[in-house]
Design a protein around this ligand. Structure first.
Ligand code: DC
Length: 227
């Protein structure tokens, strides 16, 4: 659907806890673009399912629920039926539940148009697993943002400790590896670096360096740049 009129998209995909969300938010702020946290949509869908007693394996019921969800994103907060869900969708358990339902093709299809609706002028930065491969295949810039599993576990550990929550580094690492394996191995829109995506390994980069790299790439490929 590259019609030349659609707003530009920067698609940032990568594994759990790679920092892609933080980078995507800062890039969006810097460019004045909209931001889509697609993982939050999977997380809140799993949360809503658990709230109404729909089993996380019940693909038709989950897809039907996903189509009806009353969701609103505002200032980094997610509202379900008008109520903020807060940190309830940010736990490791919520991430695991999201990863489980994310393997179901009918559920993914049910969430597709909801994600595409975020593509508004002047542009969108979206982060997830299949932003560049499925949701916005015509994205102007596709970034595959990753870091070693050990570094990602360390970052998640630090985040949880800073929030005053308990955390166990070895368990976090194990959990991340299991989630990566599930997200990569599933047949529906698996996590992968597409051939047209640039690799950004942030293992030894700080957030500012990672943001700057994406902005530099954007300067080179943005629409309207003189040849
Ligand atoms: O990015 P995150 O950790 O908030 O995502 C939670 C889960 O949702 C992740 O383990 C896989 C799934 N997900 C997905 O399958 N596709 C996306 N575009 C975003 C997330």
């Amino acid at each position: 659907m590259t019609d030349g009129l659609a707003s530009p998209v920067i698609a940032i995909d990568g594994p759990s806890a790679s920092g892609k969300g933080t980078v995507a938010v800062l890039v969006a702020q810097s460019l004045g673009f909209h931001y889509l946290d697609s993982g939050a949509i999977y997380r809140v869908t799993a949360y809503a399912a658990q709230g109404v007693g729909v089993a996380l394996e019940d693909e038709p019921a989950l897809a039907a629920l996903a189509r009806q969800l009353q969701l609103r994103f505002d200032g980094g907060e997610v509202f379900l039926d008008g109520k903020p869900v807060g940190d309830a969708i940010r736990s490791e358990e919520a991430g695991r539940a999201a990863s489980r339902i994310a393997a179901l093709p009918a559920l993914r299809l049910a969430l597709l148009e909801r994600q595409r609706a975020f593509r508004l002028p002047p542009g969108l930065v979206s982060d997830g697993r299949d932003m560049g491969s499925v949701v916005f295949p015509d994205a102007t810039l596709k970034v595959f943002l990753t870091a070693s599993a050990e570094e990602r576990a360390q970052r998640r550990y630090k985040q949880l400790i800073e929030k005053g929550l308990g955390a166990n580094l070895a368990a976090l690492l194990q959990d991340l590896k299991e989630r990566d394996a599930r997200d990569v191995a599933r047949s529906a829109a698996p996590l992968q670096q597409t051939v047209d995506a640039v690799l950004l390994d942030t293992t030894s980069l700080n957030i500012q360096q990672a943001v700057q790299q994406v902005l530099d790439w954007w300067c080179v490929c943005k629409p309207g740049k003189p040849a």
